[in-house]
Design a protein around this ligand. Structure first.
Ligand code: BES
Ligand code: MN
Ligand code: ZN
Length: 492
């Protein structure tokens, strides 16, 4: 999508569609509609008086050959109550416009900037709205995608970093769509090998170092936990490492981003029910989000060292698969009794965290579709946040807030530890149903040791089950904007 500023007076701006938003109560006056010429607004006031223009959230009113404008169409999007308007709502309004117009075969539009600070959010939101999970539909497209977005200033001076804001919006929106593409891939097209290949290609394109470990190295480094999960699959496992090492960055922190990369989770011998097993092609969403975040920072260039680590394997039953009751030795030396082969995420993350520390990471964040229990607690709306180091947790929560991603801290507490004690090994890999998201998180945290660590359980938020006016259903890329924000904040 081509993106640029346009500075001519709004009345003279020739484009397929000019887009403004209006608020409930006085949709023809309040909001960016207020910037339209009087002649155009007079017409809108009539629409308002007959009740056709209400300003209710995401209402779309399309006018062809609008009076007083050079634009072919004028689209007024309802922005809801003005008291409730924030950057989250702004994104949704932009997304709604994008999806509404492309659905009618319009390939681009000019967004009337309400204020200059909108730039980043507008570009990002338009890119995110243009995503559909229909890659494998043969009649895909029909020309129904956006190819340009214009930011109309109406001749008002831009804030000094407007060009940079446009670029940030583009970089982050594209990175999030890259994550969504990866999550959307079915497991036959996203094996551990293919995930590693995608990581390598991305790293090469954006000038990062990438290292891929295969079965021999995984065994050689005694990654017994990753190895155990991988045993049941014919597809060879991979440990993916991507390094972002900018010149002039301080030696510390070295942030480790660890993403669960189970390319298909059948549950293994503790087989899942068939009904929604296909959804487990998304069990590498944590890994995909780490790759997307790395793609973004490689372009935004914050001065902070980052290492992405993704343990990638399938979790399948077979004659070679690991079994309930097995005791395995993780890379850390800690032994794990497997009580349920479906609690495989924490097992592969155990070795990934150990490896990240060995690579020199001094602060860790893991992202994982770890538990169904987090969805019971927080639904598909909010990501669960866990960690012992409150300062590090608070930084992540602050980044989530500015990034507009909903995240909520759940507790970790010594008293839950008994739940995943094993009678014969150091740890058991399940802690029972009660507080399942907490015991899952704490199990992973056992491998962080004293290193500050935050765990994000994205099992609920990785996927949208319903379509909204501003986004398709399917993979969300949730968590990426928080990571990018956190890393740029750390560098500032
Ligand atoms: N990948 C699943 C968790 C999951 C469930 C992600 C639904 C997305 C949607 C994970 O590996 C898993 O199976 N967890 C088990 C843990 C249990 C056996 C302790 C679960 O949540 O049931
Ligand atoms: Mn599982
Ligand atoms: Zn899983």
């Amino acid at each position: 999508m081509k993106t640029e500023f346009r500075h001519e007076p709004l009345s003279q701006l020739a484009c397929p569609a000019l887009v403004v938003y209006g608020f409930e109560g006085s949709p023809a006056a309040k909001g960016s509609v207020g910037r339209l010429p009087a002649e155009t607004r007079g017409f809108l006031e009539e629409l308002q008086s007959v009740g056709e223009l209400t300003g209710r959230a995401f209402e779309c009113t399309l006018i062809h050959l609008p009076a007083g404008l050079a634009a072919t169409r004028l689209l007024i999007v309802g922005a809801g109550k003005s008291e409730k308007f924030n950057s989250r709502q702004l994104r949704h309004v932009v997304g709604t416009a994008a999806r509404y117009l492309r659905g009618r075969g319009v390939r681009g539009f000019a967004w009337v900037l309400g204020e200059a600070a909108e730039v980043e959010a507008v570009v990002e939101a338009a890119l995110l709205a243009d995503f559909d999970p229909d890659r494998y539909r043969t009649e895909r497209d029909n020309g129904k995608h956006l190819d340009h977005l214009e930011l109309a200033t109406g001749g008002e001076a831009l804030v000094p970093d407007a060009e940079a804001a446009l670029e940030r919006g583009r970089v982050i929106g594209e990175a999030q769509n890259f994550t969504r593409e990866l999550v959307n891939e079915p497991a036959n097209r996203m094996t551990p090998t293919l995930l590693a290949t995608r990581a390598e290609a991305m790293a090469a394109r954006f000038g990062m170092e990438c290292q891929i470990l295969g079965p021999a190295e995984i065994q050689g480094l005694k990654m017994g936990a990753l190895w155990a999960v991988a045993q049941g699959s014919e597809e060879p496992a991979r440990m993916v490492v991507v390094r972002y090492w900018p010149e002039g960055a301080p030696e510390q922190p070295v942030v480790g981003l660890i993403g669960k990369g189970i390319t298909f989770d059948s549950g293994g011998i503790s087989l899942k029910p068939g009904e929604s097993m296909h959804e487990m092609k998304t069990d590498m969403a944590g890994g995909a989000t780490v790759l997307g975040a790395m793609q973004a920072i490689a372009q935004l260039k914050p001065k902070v060292r980052v290492i992405g680590v993704i343990p990638a394997t399938e979790n399948l039953p077979s004659g070679k698969a690991y079994k309930p009751g097995d005791v395995i030795t993780s890379m850390s030396g800690k032994t794990i009794e497997i009580l349920n082969t479906d609690a495989e995420g924490r097992v592969v993350l155990a070795d990934a965290l150990t490896f990240a520390k060995q690579l020199g990471c001094t602060a860790l964040i893991d992202l994982a579709t770890l538990t169904g229990a987090v969805t019971t607690a927080l639904g598909n709306i909010t990501t669960g946040v866990f960690g012992w180091n409150q300062e590090w947790v608070d930084r992540v929560l602050a980044a989530a807030r500015t990034a507009g991603e909903k995240m909520w801290q759940l507790p970790v507490d010594e008293d839950y530890r008994d739940q995943y004690k094993s009678t014969i090994a150091d740890l058991a890999n399940t802690g029972g149903r009660p507080g399942g998201a907490i015991t899952g998180a704490m199990f992973v945290g056992e491998f962080a040791g004293d290193t500050p660590w935050v765990h994000l359980d994205i099992a609920g938020t990785r996927w949208a089950n319903d379509e909204k006016p501003y986004r398709s259903k399917g993979p969300t890329g949730h968590g990426l904007r928080t990571l990018v924000r956190l890393l740029t904040d750390l560098a500032a």
